[in-house]
Ligand binder design. Sequence first.
Ligand code: GAL
Length: 693
Amino acid sequence: MREIINGKNLVLGTCYYPEHWDRGLWEEDLDRMLEAGIRVIRIAEFAWNKIEPREGEYTYEFFDSFLDVVEKTPMKVIFCTPTATPPAWLVEEYPEVLNAKMDGTLYRHGARRHYNYNSPIYQRFAANITERSVAHYGSRPCVIGWQIDNELNCETSEFYSESDTVAFREFLKKRYGTIEALNDAWGTVFWNQTYTAWSEVYVPQTTISNSTNPHRVLDYLRFISDSACRFARMQADIIRKYKKPDDFITTNGLFGNLDNHRMTAESLDFITYDSYPNFAYCLDAYNENDLLKDRKWSRNLTETRSISPNFGIMEQQSGANGWNTRMEAPTPRPGQMTLWTMQSIAHGADYVSYFRWRTCTVGTEIYWHGILDYSGRENRRLSELREIHKKVEAMQEIAGTVYEAKVGILKDYDNIWDAQLDRWHERVDRESQKNLFAAAQFTHTPVDFVYLTECTSLTDLRKYDLLFYPHAVILTKERVALLEDYVRMGGKLVMGCRTGYKDLNGRCVMDHLPGLAAKLTGTDIPEYSFVAPDEGKVYADWDGEKVEAAVFNDILAPAGENAEVLAVYENSYYAGEPALIRNRLGKGEAYYFGGAFSLEAAKAFLKRLEAAQPYGKLIGAPEGCEIAVRRKLGTKNAAGTDADDAAYLFVLNYQHEPIQITLKQPMWELTGGEMENGTVTMGKYGVKVYRMP
Ligand code: GAL
């Protein structure tokens, strides 16, 4: 059985860097960790030189002696491949392994992640150091799993080296076969961009006004993702040859231009995420208008569990954030470390590992604080960790249960990447993603992100009563067919403006909009416009409720006998025209909304479509706290109906002040070990975990 994320226990860990400390500290550090409840450490992710200090010269002494110390204790180890930091000797001898800026300037040694995935030389070195590490350390009894690299695509998720161009051409040859097909797919007839040979094709380059062929950029983003996935796969295949059977393979982080779902399916046992909610309080990034603040990390955790329903947190905030060159964030206030740990667990983390044990005294991360400060003296954060450990011990029965949601927000990588390169798409998408998630949080409506991939089945969708597909700009016949089946079987689907006007290459379709979604939504769009800045906000009247149709407006017309107009625009030159259409199809309903989703619009949909507050019969709570439920897979779904159900309700108070909640039935609270009922006061940053009746 796996040591963590095994459905049996919740485990705490920390990130440790034996190479940063005097050997004399190792034993004491491990003992103190164990005393505080830490059972696992992650090591070695940047320590290439401790294994291969010069090309072809290997020494295992350093980690051997460290693991010898570890093995005198019950501590377990996640060992990492060190490929995020290629050594100085390597890049000096082989500068072609370096990544480059778009203008060709090389990123030099001195920081991290300065390599490119496609350099055959780097691939050889990375494969070699991986093989050396796992062949030597893989059999150590204390090692329980492997982390590939560190945060793939962190620091930058763009690659413009010469190796990338060579590999991009191969990627495109496989995709299109002939240069003519590529020209056609990319619409190179526009502005005379036609290629006559593959050798003329490059990764995007510096151009006037920074604009370049968008269809090329879309394929480039797919290519970056493919490169990262292949790089992870190469390492995973090697690790798998040597690791002990129960040991797992993972990697950490969720970064851009990377299909994390594919990478996990191909190479990992589960994903882990690095959760730093304190970014919400960075002095430079602090944004008064950001409604969710640290609660926004629940969105990242929602992404994470869309990949692995039970996942790990490889790095959980335990101190202030800061590099000497960027970021100034306060120390987590008393209680916030607990709150953020429970936020992770509420979303399905069964392993939480704090970054890092002791704050580094050298290098760019001297202000990125760990549990301990430089001196290692006893402190408040270590005491809080001990308290967290007690709470987690009292919650062990929730291990292996998963987050429960009846509302889904559909996503797919084609649209995510198209929204990155297309301003019009980006504007509506950013608005709706932000507000749909916030509305779900404020109305205590748990949501999942549901990724549409080639493997998504009707069963995957039928778990949800309501699905939003906010701006499916790019649509395919297959996806529409799946959605139509979902609706016919009784599902409710809501689509927003700008649906269906592009194909998979990002080319606009010569069709009546919303293109492939026209029949499904019973909608025609004779005209559309951005909301004019001098007009302010445009509203729709939905049965007397005034709902903003934000950013962009499709002016609608019902099409087909099952389509009915539910709301009309209130202002602008299209006042009186339809803004919302419902199309009844089979047992279900498809809605087309002409705008992006403002916060009120998102709330209105959740309420009117009867999805809001599914646990309202059990608990009343103010907007400022998050409600989440973890349930045993395979047991009943409706809130609190089955006596055999194992389900747990989390209440997380993000407010800087106490709140009151109302329990409508008595429930056992796990972390305090008491029955609670009626009005309950929760302190600031307070957490409750109830066993649901
Ligand atoms: C993470 C990274 C760690 C450390 C931390 C603080 O992104 O994985 O190695 O750098 O952030 O910056």
